[in-house]
Design a binder for this molecule. Structure first.
Ligand SMILES: Nc1nc2c(ncn2[C@@H]2O[C@H](COP(=O)(O)OP(=O)(O)O)[C@@H](O)[C@H]2O)c(=O)[nH]1
Ligand SMILES: [Mg+2]
Length: 452
């Protein structure tokens, strides 16, 4: 998420010695200012941040430790704004959230992501298709709902968004949902019609919170439009989307400070699990290259079936990891979201995130081939691949549309990977958590077979 910034922080901190003088501090703060601005941190935020660090370091005594401490605490300061953090439930159900933003910012996608996030926390969630502006919008939300198995409220004959909102709230209350997420229409730019429509919906359902969804790729415009929305209808939180692309990261550092509304979540990819809760202390830890173990644990515990994880680790230890387990693990990895976002949470791995980040587990050629082969195998062969003899290999190759060489390669790779995993687990391995923390190794932690 912040690989470039993390890298430059590290080099700047290293420029200051254990005990140092004012001129080296000046050099360090100058470089800090440059790298913040280059990463698109708002100029006002940059000025405040650098000024505060300089002053604090001087007061506490110029040296690497004090500089580092100050960098950490002032970053936390800048990221912290009065208001709620993460997702906050109403004191009694139902919690109603209005999702607002410009067209294309990612409202509908984020509505789905948030729904999945809450569903993994065992909440009963209803998402409502309140964008009647675009024909495809309702259909898009229906598809998302089906994909994540969350209920969708819609009315194909209704043209009034206020009625949709009211109908959804009524259903949510009557059927004891915990959370209602209301998707709304956006425009290409802010206009009066959009604002008055949102105002009407707001009056009708009195949401607990209004989230403003902003596209991080629009840079400082995201800060500007968020401020306009805040002034016109009032917003309680910002969600930054598309934080996976070429974004330099700075917008996330300054938006809350500039708009004076907390940044609550960050969207890091197109897929449903690609949403991260934005907790200032954790983000600072990531910025400092220390990872976010808490966030990682939360993410993994939401999707990992503890019992299954134990079974798998037992199997690995005994060297019994088979193709069925492989498919299970692959499914689990998919639920965790993009590789890039996971890597950034592992201490010391943020630099790797950029390199590995664009790996698409589901669609990589290798995975597609392995899956094709597995689907041609009998159940018994998946459990015990060693029973596959040469004539079966030939037939499997035909069935999977692979060459015999490819089949042999996959089987051999898999055998080696299972052996390797067994060895690794011998060092007091503790299931998935351990495997994830070993990700730094050559493909360890990914389902065996993926390592090269
Ligand atoms: N890469 C990436 N794409 C996103 C993200 N969030 C949304 N998108 C994409 O942005 C486009 C617009 O999203 P949509 O939810 O339809 O925007 P809406 O008009 O505000 O409802 C879609 O193609 C989404 O897949 C994100 O965090 N990362
Ligand atoms: Mg939409």
């Amino acid at each position: 998420m912040f690989n470039v910034l993390t890298g430059s922080f590290k080099s700047i901190v290293n420029k200051i010695r254990f005990q140092d003088d004012a001129s080296s501090l000046k050099k360090a703060t100058t470089e800090l200012r440059k790298s913040l601005l280059k990463s698109d941190v708002h100029h006002k935020t940059t000025k405040e941040l650098v000024g505060a660090i300089e002053l604090e370091t001087k007061q506490n005594g110029i040296g690497q430790d004090n500089f580092l401490k100050s960098l950490q605490s002032q970053l936390t300061n800048i990221l912290t704004t009065s208001g709620n953090q993460g997702f906050v439930y109403a004191s009694t159900p139902l919690t109603t959230i209005l999702m607002t933003g410009l067209q294309g910012s990612g409202k509908t996608t984020t509505t789905g992501k948030l729904a999945l996030y809450l569903k993994q926390k065992k909440k009963k969630v209803l998402i409502a298709a309140g964008d009647l502006q675009r024909l495809a919008a309702v259909e898009q939300l229906k598809q998302i709902g089906a994909q994540i198995e969350v209920d969708v409220y819609f009315d194909d004959n209704e043209t009034n968004p206020v009625k949709i909102a009211l109908g959804a709230k009524q259903k949510a209350q009557a059927e004891q949902y915990d959370v209602l997420l209301l998707d709304t229409a956006g425009r290409l730019a802010i206009d009066d019609e959009l604002m008055s429509q949102l105002e009407d919906v707001k009056k009708a359902v009195t949401p607990n919170e209004i989230f403003y969804v902003a596209d991080s790729l629009t840079g400082h415009d995201a800060t500007k439009t968020a401020t306009s929305f805040k002034e016109k209808i009032g917003i309680d939180g910002v969600i930054l989307t598309k934080f996976d692309g070429d974004t330099k990261g700075g917008v996330a550092l300054s938006i809350a400070h500039q708009v004076e509304v907390p940044l609550r979540f960050v969207g890091t990819g197109e897929k449903m699990p690609d949403l991260e809760v934005f907790i200032p202390e954790r983000i600072v830890s990531r910025l400092m290259g220390a990872g976010d173990i808490e966030g990682l644990a939360e993410k993994t515990s939401a999707v990992i079936d503890e019992k299954k994880a134990k079974e798998v680790s037992k199997k690995i230890k005994k060297g019994e990891f088979n193709f069925n387990d492989f498919l299970d693990q692959l499914e689990m990895m998919k639920k965790l979201g993009s590789m890039k976002s996971i890597m950034g949470m592992i201490p010391g791995m943020s630099q790797m995130a950029g390199k590995l980040g664009d790996m698409d587990l589901e669609n990589s050629g290798e995975i597609v081939r392995i899956k094709a082969l597995i689907s041609s195998m009998t159940h018994k062969e998946r459990e015990t691949p060693s029973i596959i003899n040469p004539s079966r290999k030939r037939r499997l190759a035909k069935g999977a549309g692979l060459s015999e060489v490819q089949v042999n390669k996959i089987l051999k790779q898999f055998k080696n990977a299972a052996k390797m995993a067994k060895k690794l687990s011998g060092k007091g391995g503790k299931g998935m958590q351990q495997m994830l923390s070993q990700m730094g190794g050559a493909g360890a932690g990914m389902p065996p077979g993926l390592g090269r």
